[in-house]
Design a protein around this ligand. Sequence first.
Ligand code: PLP
Length: 359
Amino acid sequence: MKKTFFTPGPSQLYSTVPQHMKTALKEDILSMTHRGKKFHEILEQLQNNLRELLQIPKDYQIFFVSSGTEAMEVTIRNCVMQNSSHLINGAFSKRFWEISQQLGKNAKAEIIEANGTINPLELEDNSELICLTHNETSTGAQLPLEFIYDLKKNNPDVLLAVDTVSSMPYVDLDFRLVDIVFFSVQKCFGLPSGLGVIIVSPSALAKSKYLAENNYDVGASHSFVSLLKSAEKFETVETPNVLDLYLLDKVTQDFLDRGIKLLRKATEEKARILYDFFAKQSGFNVFINHKNYRSQTVIVVDVEDENWSEIRQIELENNLVIGRGYGQYKDKQLRIANFFAHSVRDVERLTSFLRVRNY
Ligand SMILES: *Cc1c(COP(=O)(O)O)cnc(C)c1O
């Protein structure tokens, strides 16, 4: 029997992916040139689908890279001369900060308790880029959108980058109030890993051009200018992950056909089922106390030590794979992905299996 994956990435594939893979093979998508008409058509349609699905403004650019981590690096290189500011509430926001430091920037960190409330970010006067992680996959914390928008309103001249790797396309973001948004596809999109997407505002693009013209190092093949040159021709700089691009085109179309509003509502409904369940079930504790800061797409719960063998047994018997805590929390927490690939029925099955035990 096939397993159901509640891991927060890679995760359960979206239900239509196997069929799209078969079609890709049948139509020789994986052997054809990436400089030809068919590939251009796929990329053009993909760009259109993403614009429609996520409501990306016309003057924002869409670039393809290899991962969320690469998107962090490309963002820092192209938008920061010297100073970046980071709100750190877990391992992924910390990585963003570390990458900025590794690139030789003066990266200021505002660290907040994973399981606490958020202070308004204190920016240094000379900060060029604010870096946020909308959905902190390591802890199950999610920044309220109003918090993100207020930051931009209070700092209109500072570029704002938002990591939405584990919340897009669930999150309904107003792109006009942010400058860089990036995600990879192995989480909420339910695809194989190996593709990242960066969405870039006109101001962020202008900043990158300014840095390049003034001899700052914005990278070579993945400078915004270089990425734009290819994107305008519906090409990519390198031989890309053609399969993932093809699949992303197909599933974005599937999401549009299903209705993005419906998919987002279903995500909230499933999150409610999970949070309600863990609030009542002994042996578990939801990690993020404050309801406003709880993730809708990655639910993190503390597990009492004596229950682990029971949980492993439940997974084995029912062909379930549930995510473990991140880093130091590996043996202390479960992380449950609630992505578009997971149906209400999947989530109800999961809670029913966890419920039958007497912890
Ligand atoms: C998974 C994840 C990343 C890293 O993405 P990769 O595609 O694995 O490089 C970055 N940020 C967040 C919030 C993530 O969940």
